[in-house]
Design a protein around this ligand. Structure first.
Ligand SMILES: Cc1ncc(COP(=O)(O)O)c(C=O)c1O
Length: 705
């Protein structure tokens, strides 16, 4: 039944009041007796009758009776009208109140849904932590579930929403409930904007620690002269060591050829794949630096504005909305955004952790077993996985894959008909000669060339993230053409294409000047930061590619939760140093952090001082908390990195001879000596028997001091 609206009611009531005011007019018909006497007497008739009675002073009983009847009828009618008026007034008020209540109930329902969702997300987060021992699992699409949930909650259309997200969780074993929508945005703080679509709302709320830290940094940037107390940025993966070389080179090129920058072809719409002169240059460049067995072809090259856009474009053309891509965690978190915000493509995680178990020989090692498990889990739940992402060199671990590892991953993908997106954006940022980078494009034979797509860009290797340039190499012309259609939205402007071609052509300068200086500077900065970490007794992965060190701060967490990790991250930020916490990379173990070391010495020194201050403060707090609770057992979840044997071993290529280097061993010893009761528990004699090679170094170290 239709409920009348407030305005309909109001119109009714206005009509009634008009009718009521006309009611006292003469000739309105009423009782049957009066009707039979002619028109119903109004007030003036009564008045006349009274006057007549007074004037005649003749008692006419009929008149008297008539007068009384009319008077009482009139009183009754008045009363009836008043009652009717009051009833209508009440109806109107009730209706208004009902509308208000309905509105309020709607709002409460929304709030309730959000609260439930928040609790749900936190529960999942807790489940995830409590299950961190398992090596791989399906991570449901954080974004995808969330958009459905938001659509439901905000009444913005969409699918099964919260119910669906719950159902998907309920159906799976506890150990595999890893969905985590908590970190990338906080639904508790969500305020849907009436100006935005569901997608717009998601984009609006796509914030996590990365966004928060980035914002804080931009509001209070460190500057040696102007803002010495500002924030030091060890969070953004940028190479700040080579601006001098790059700006000099680009300016030199400008003066030589600035007229060419204004040539008409550069100022007109280009081929969406990029100008041919640039694609040819990229093909030559990749052939050389990737050590391709045969010249790579310009027609397989596409250029666009950065690898972030490339991830978006590839995900969109390889997957349908709701389908997924497999990736190992921890990984560069920007990929989540790239895949999801346009393409609505989700990620399935193969979780890596610090324990060396099964077939792995190093912490956080990617193995085919882990990929297989993650893929099977996802497929058994009906998730359509279309591709695998490989980051090589890996961000944030710094791992470089050996040729045999690469082959294994590609064969795995071929077996399952998965596309492989290989991101080699740090390929020229391998700063130690002892490490060898192998590009997929350098392999003699690709297991599945039509499904192998390789990306590279200049943001990292040429320290110019602001220029926005990335490139894709794929032999698959369908993929190339589909991506090219999206390049209309992600193009690189003509003059920049021209400059990049010039840059890539200059092989002598790149090899003799730039890479030499860049690698030496990266190595020195890496050594400085890792030495500091060793002095602090903090374990880390000792790699030699990229701009980052993956650090184990677990001993500074008491209960080993992501909430604590976040608190520690905030503590660093409060002390004016921005790091990235493991959560931002979907790491399954709380307490890992990434430091970007590719920065000038004075900033590294100041940043490390600030980090040291926070860690020492935290150490004191933990000690005093321990004193207050002397009976607490290790079972309470206190992280202890010493029992995980994850300390600083350099990544060994399979087949190369093992053995730690002196720096690592000294670091290990310093760390162990610092850790509370090591000296009491470990006598020199016992140690010499158990680990003679370490004892040897230890003796040397003690001798030196
Ligand atoms: C592994 C990886 N891929 C891609 C990107 C994004 O690169 P671009 O600046 O070309 O968008 C980054 C940025 O940090 C990254 O670390």
């Amino acid at each position: 039944m239709m409920t009348p609206s407030v305005s309909q009611k109001a119109a009714c009531s206005r009509a009634f009041l008009t009718w009521r005011s006309s009611f006292s007019e003469p000739n309105v018909a009423s009782s049957s007796r009066i009707q039979s006497l002619g028109p119903r007497p109004g007030f003036s008739t009564l008045h006349r009758l009274r006057k007549k009675r007074k004037g005649q002073r003749v008692k006419d009983p009929l008149d008297d009776l008539l007068l009384k009847t009319l008077t009482s009828q009139r009183a009754m009618e008045e009363r009836f009208l008043q009652m009717e008026e009051r009833r209508l007034q009440r109806d109107m008020e009730v209706e208004e109140r009902r509308m208000q209540l309905e509105q309020r109930r709607f709002e409460l329902e929304r709030e309730h849904e959000f609260r439930m969702f928040n609790v749900f997300a936190q529960m999942l987060s807790i489940l995830k932590q409590s299950n961190s021992s398992s090596s791989s699992s399906v991570a449901l699409p954080r974004g995808l579930d969330f958009i459905q949930v938001l659509s439901d909650i905000a009444g913005m259309g969409g699918g099964g929403g919260l119910q669906e997200a719950r159902a998907m969780q309920v159906g799976r074993p506890l150990s595999e409930r890893r969905t985590d929508m908590y970190s990338f945005c906080n639904p508790g703080e969500f305020q849907s904007s009436p100006f935005l679509s569901a997608r717009g709302n998601i984009a609006n709320l796509f914030r996590g620690s990365t966004e928060e830290g980035y914002k804080a940094y931009h509001a209070d940037k460190y500057d040696e002269d102007k803002n010495p107390n500002g924030i030091i940025n060890f969070g953004t993966s940028e190479n700040k060591l080579c601006f001098d070389l790059m700006s000099k080179r680009l300016t030199e090129q400008l003066t030589q050829s600035d007229m060419n920058l204004m040539e008409p072809p550069l100022l007109q719409y280009p081929d969406w794949k990029g100008h041919m002169f640039l694609r040819e240059e990229v093909a030559r460049f990749l052939t050389y630096y990737c050590k391709a067995p045969a010249p790579l072809k310009a027609e397989n090259v596409i250029v666009l504005n950065g690898c972030g856009s490339l991830f978006s474009a590839l995900a969109t053309v390889l997957c349908d909305p709701g389908e997924a891509v497999l990736i190992a965690t921890p990984f560069y978190g920007g990929i989540t955004q790239s895949l999801f915000l346009y393409g609505n493509v989700k990620l399935v995680y193969a979780y890596l952790d610090s324990k060396i178990t099964g077939t792995s020989t190093r912490p956080f090692q990617l193995t085919v077993d882990k990929l297989e498990k993650a893929l099977q889990d996802a497929r058994s739940e009906g998730v359509g996985v279309k591709a695998l992402i490989l980051l090589n060199p890996q961000n944030p671990l710094g791992d470089i894959y050996s040729l045999s590892e690469l082959r294994d991953y590609l064969e795995f993908a071929k077996r399952h008909e998965l596309h492989v997106i290989v991101d080699e954006i740090y390929m020229l940022s391998v700063f130690d000669e002892s490490a060898t980078f192998h590009s997929v494009l350098g392999m003699d034979r690709l297991p599945d060339p039509q499904r192998t797509h390789v990306m590279w860009g200049i943001s990292k290797d040429f320290a110019v993230s602001g220029i926005r340039f990335g490139t894709l190499y794929t032999e698959n012309q369908d993929v190339a053409n589909a991506v090219a259609s999206l390049c209309y939205f992600h193009g690189v402007c003509g003059p920049v294409q021209y400059k990049v071609a010039q840059l890539l052509r200059d092989r002598d300068w790149i090899n003799q000047v730039y890479l030499r200086a860049n690698h030496a500077r990266l190595k020195a900065a890496h050594t400085y930061v890792t030495d500091e970490l060793k002095t602090l007794g903090v374990p880390f992965l000792n790699r030699n590619a990229g701009f980052f060190v993956w650090i184990d701060f677990r001993k500074y967490l008491r209960t080993g939760t992501f909430e604590e990790e976040m608190l520690l991250w905030r503590r660093f930020l409060d002390n004016k140093v921005l790091l990235s916490c493991g959560k931002a990379f979907e790491c399954s173990e709380p307490g890992w952090f990434r430091i970007i070391f590719a920065d000038k010495t004075h900033r590294l020194q100041l940043g490390m001082q600030r980090i040291r201050r926070v860690l020492e403060e935290r150490e004191r707090e933990i000690l005093s908390e321990d004193k207050d609770q002397p009976c607490q057992s290790d079972q309470d979840g206190k992280a202890d990195s010493t029992d995980e044997v994850i300390f600083v071993s350099r990544h060994q290529e399979p087949g190369s001879t093992g053995g730690s280097n002196l720096g690592d061993l000294i670091g290990l010893l310093q760390q162990q000596m610092r850790s509370s009761d090591w000296l009491q528990k470990n006598t020199a004699e016992q140690f010499a028997q158990e680990k003679p090679e370490i004892y040897d170094v230890f003796s040397k170290l003690v001798g030196k001091q």
